[in-house]
Design a protein around this ligand. Structure first.
Ligand SMILES: [Zn+2]
Length: 454
């Protein structure tokens, strides 16, 4: 059999568009500059794993290729035909010749097209009413062990003063049974999902329980009907992208870390903190809005997650995204342990009085947005674009009242609800433990100060 001339192979390879070829077999949807669909190589149920970088993207940035981030199938138009339609290389070229009306040779194409697959109509994405966010935020506060624990961390005065504000900005709520609710609200402000987690008195997650999802809870499931919707899980904190269009986007693993770091530095104008929910949950589709906005992205993996996230970063092929390890390199001590996350280290630094290290690590990493150290009085100047002035005024008044109370009563317990209202008796028990722990910390801090004075 005569070989297909090289110049014809090249001509076809130059003209073949991956989006056309894959699109003949897979229903593709636009997702930013990319296209996504269900992966045809594995039993895929989640749109977003299979990405097609169209031919309009330059080749050096991965244009004219497809890739599945689950089964790792990847290649260009020819590879796709060879793998998916089980064609030989010459037959794939002949197939493309037919598609693009380029004469290849006289050898008949050995190919029977499969019958077109009926594609089920896409499910509408789940949108949770905003009233749910508000309701969980009302439950929040001291009824949630996580928030109680957070309030009693050894913050300095400035950090403590802005903690309520930070929690409000991240829409952290509570559930009836004392679990904390982390909302996943997308970059356009639509609540898409909410994770319910139980924390222990030491601030770590109760690993005996899997995180729950709000749409699966009794009474909610019937109303939201998650089975007939596509569940989107934007990065935790994505809704803040809109309010802080200039900020560098830092992505950490856990929601807890994002909140702690945001409150620790308190400068969302230039440094936003988002969380993906875990080492393995850094997904391409949830990062797309950030990439579409052309943001600078820093990935802050936990100590054991560096390699995995570097790999994600490489796959992403987005030149403004980098893995950031300076914090660990300069702040981690062997005492923190190999499983330490960033928040553990930050808390240890606060506890031992090493205090915020003047953000030197942030200054190093971001030339385009040097961090500023003005005392943050973000309450009056930071109205998010989607909040009406009168709403903001009311909110600011509440926040100011809380802050003033905190300033007058530094170190005292915050007032909380009648314990009889708490359904979970463990919370009462845990609170007592936390209170003892805090007193211990305070004593230690005071002793430390006295020693320094000598
Ligand atoms: Zn796949």
């Amino acid at each position: 059999m005569p070989k297909i001339p090289d110049e014809i192979v090249k001509r076809i390879q130059d003209i073949a568009k991956v989006e056309d070829v894959v699109g003949d077999f897979v229903t593709l949807r636009k997702a930013g500059v990319n296209l996504t669909g269900l992966c045809p190589f594995h039993d895929d149920r989640h749109d977003g794993n299979f990405i097609v970088r169209p031919s309009s993207v330059p080749e050096k940035r991965g244009g004219n290729t497809y890739r599945c981030f689950v089964c790792d199938k990847k290649g260009g138009p020819v590879t796709f035909l060879m793998e998916h339609e089980r064609l030989s290389f010459p037959d794939a070229i002949r197939w493309l010749g037919k598609k693009y009306c380029i004469e290849v040779d006289n050898v008949p194409l050995n190919y029977t097209p499969p019958p077109p697959r009926p594609t089920p109509p896409p499910l509408p994405p789940l949108l949770i009413p905003r009233a749910y966010v508000k309701r969980t935020m009302e439950i929040g506060g001291d009824n949630t062990l996580f928030i109680y624990w957070l309030m009693h961390l050894p913050w300095d005065d400035e950090q403590r003063a802005r903690l309520q504000q930070t929690l409000w900005q991240y829409c952290v709520g509570g559930w009836r049974d004392g679990r904390v609710v982390f909302w996943m609200i997308d970059h356009e402000g639509n609540p898409r999902a909410a994770k319910l987690m139980r924390y222990l008195p030491d601030g770590h997650r109760d690993k005996t329980q899997h995180p729950g999802w709000l749409y699966n809870q009794d009474g909610v499931r019937q109303r939201l009907d998650p089975d007939n919707h596509e569940i989107l899980k934007p990065l935790f904190g994505s809704h803040l992208l809109r309010s802080y269009p200039q900020a560098v986007v830092n992505i950490v693993e856990s929601e807890k870390t994002a909140i702690i770091m945001a409150n620790y530095y308190g400068d969302l104008q230039s440094q936003l903190w988002l969380a993906c929910g875990g080492l393995k949950h850094l997904q391409l589709d949830s990062m797309q809005p950030i990439i579409d906005q052309g943001r600078t992205v820093w990935l802050w993996p936990d100590k054991d997650g560096r390699e995995a996230w570097q790999e994600v970063c490489d796959k992403l092929g987005y030149d403004k995204c980098r893995v950031y390890t300076h914090f660990f390199d300069t702040c981690w001590t062997p005492a923190d342990g190999d499983k330490a996350d960033i928040a553990d280290i930050a808390i240890r630094m606060m506890t031992t009085g090493e205090g915020p290290r003047e953000s030197e690590e942030l200054r190093v990493k971001s030339e385009e947005s040097p961090i500023s150290h003005q005392p943050s009085d973000i309450i009056d100047t930071d109205r998010p674009a989607d909040v009406l002035p009168e709403e903001w005024l009311e909110h600011s008044a509440v926040m100011r009242a809380i802050r003033e109370w905190e300033l007058e009563h530094v170190g005292e317990d915050t007032p909380f609800l009648d314990p009889d209202e708490l359904r979970d008796p463990r919370i009462r028990e845990w609170r007592e433990k936390i209170r003892q722990g805090c007193n211990f910390n305070k004593t230690r801090k005071r002793n430390g100060e006295q020693q320094r004075k000598r």
